[in-house]
Design a protein around this ligand. Structure first.
Ligand SMILES: [Fe+2]
Ligand SMILES: [Fe+2]
Length: 181
């Protein structure tokens, strides 16, 4: 069974997306680094490396299936974070987008009866299963921020309020995030 042109195109797009994710987390790392938020910077650096690993997994699979990478544009994140809480709101949105893109590859593979690609996506610690942890970790951080601010459950207006967070709370959460990296 060879990879179809459609599935190959989606895999190549996903490769670019995971590289863009790596750059995205480097951007968040840099924001945190410049504000003395060492724990958050370390966490974002770890995520950046992790995303590079996802890209490498995809490239390995493309090669295993005897195909070659082609590149289109990079979907870079548009802006720098506006606040500490925005780092994690942006990260959560990015991870959800990534999950949706992986679902699209899976749907295409299913439609074509490409069970090998489906099995590859669904393997333990594979691209699809990784997203459960990726989304959960980001949500856990947002929940922690909300709990520390007495805003549980968190809603959109709370996020706007949290743009201005007392420095001691940011520092506490930054120390806690250090343990996640
Ligand atoms: Fe990823
Ligand atoms: Fe991710």
């Amino acid at each position: 069974m060879i990879l179809s042109a459609n599935v190959l195109t989606l895999l190549c797009q996903q490769y670019s997306h995971e590289i863009a994710n790596s750059l995205f987390y480097a951007l968040l790392q840099s924001w945190a680094e410049m504000r003395g938020l060492d724990g958050t910077a370390a966490y974002m650096a770890h995520q950046s490396t992790h995303e590079r690993g996802h890209a490498d997994m995809i490239l390995g699979y493309i090669h295993d299936r005897n195909e070659q990478l082609t590149l289109a544009g990079l979907d870079l994140p548009p802006a720098s974070p506006a606040s500490f809480v925005d780092l994690f709101v942006m990260a959560q949105a990015r991870e959800r987008l990534t999950t949706d893109m992986i679902a699209e590859i899976c749907t295409q593979a299913d439609a074509e009866g490409d069970w090998l690609t489906r099995a590859w996506l669904m393997q333990p610690a594979g691209l699809a299963m990784e997203q459960i942890e990726e989304e959960r970790t980001t949500q856990t951080i947002l929940d922690r921020i909300a709990a520390r601010r007495g805003m549980v459950p968190l809603d959109a207006s709370d996020i706007a309020d949290m743009a201005e967070m007392p420095g001691n709370i940011v520092h506490d959460i930054d120390c806690w995030i250090k343990g996640l990296a």
